[in-house]
Design a protein around this ligand. Structure first.
Ligand code: 2HA
Ligand code: ZN
Length: 277
């Protein structure tokens, strides 16, 4: 099968375009990666070429040795993915040591995989292990309301999780484990990848202060939906804070506990602290 006819590729392209339409991908902002299933690799194998040069990932991901990924390209624009996927994205293979990759398809006019490849792959490695291989998608975007809150809220997991849970009843059900926060760091390298993947051991969402968000999930729908839910909640908080300095009322810790019981989710008590008023 041609790569472009494969269902996972169609899903990848649709997700890029959905993110563009949300306004989360100015210029070349954001990146997406998908860990392919063995049967998906077999499906498109004949359309791949295996003579590319092995290149350094910039970190090591031994638990991803021999895995195949579809990823967006460095400097490529999400708004162009739907028009010319073979120019904007690629399929790559991780070598047996987990330190190198080679391109098997795509980036036909040159270029490299996303500048955030170390973060994507280290997050995949953590999630593959933590979910028994179920999670396959890592998504990075620049949603404005979430970024705005990193100038206003304390940069702690507790503050972001609790504030965003409060803004929509569905939030604790959609991201019950909470949200991790990385203070400002230089993007693109191994250090920020280590910090982010450390948070991904506990959370499916990590916010990079003054930069953007990473989400992890099983498939394109769940991962896009997660980003969308967090950003919607951030938008509500921005609106509320723009209207009044303090909320007149909100969801209380015991109400979250009642929700957790009925919706069969575990909400860590560290996020259900009593607030000073
Ligand atoms: O430009 O979003 O973090 C791509 C990015 C880097
Ligand atoms: Zn970014």
């Amino acid at each position: 099968m041609k790569v472009l006819d494969a269902k996972f590729v169609q899903g990848f392209i649709r997700m890029c375009n959905d993110g563009w339409e949300q306004g989360w991908h100015e210029r070349n902002g954001g990146n997406l990666s998908y860990r392919m299933k063995p049967e998906e690799f077999e499906e498109v194998r004949d359309d791949l070429s295996f003579d590319g040069e092995w290149k350094e990932i910039g970190t090591t991901v031994p638990d991803l040795a021999g895995e195949y990924f579809m990823v967006t390209g460095s400097g490529k624009y999400f708004r162009n993915v739907i028009l010319d996927p073979a120019d904007s994205a690629c399929i790559l293979e991780v070598d047996e040591t987990g330190s190198k990759y080679r391109i098997l398809w795509g980036l036909v006019n040159g270029g490299r995989p996303t500048s955030e490849l170390p973060s994507h792959l280290m997050n995949h490695e953590v999630k593959k292990k933590a979910t028994d291989g179920k999670y396959r998608v890592i998504y990075h975007a620049h949603p404005a309301n979430t970024i705005a809150l990193t100038f206003v809220l304390p940069l702690t997991d507790e503050a972001f999780t609790r504030e965003l849970w409060e803004m929509a009843t569905e939030c604790p059900v959609v991201f019950p484990s909470g949200i991790g926060v990385v203070g400002w760091m230089v993007p693109g390298g191994r250090d920020i990848a280590v910090a982010t993947s450390e948070l991904m051991k506990q959370y499916d969402v990590a916010i990079w202060a003054h930069h953007g968000m990473f989400c992890a999930g099983e498939d394109f729908d769940l991962t896009f939906g997660l980003m969308h839910t967090v950003e919607k909640s951030a938008e509500i908080l921005v609106k509320v804070r723009s209207m009044v300095p303090e909320k007149a009322q909100t969801i209380q810790p015991d109400e979250f506990r009642a929700l957790a019981k009925d919706f069969h989710v575990d909400l860590p008590e560290k996020f259900l602290y009593e607030k000073e008023r």
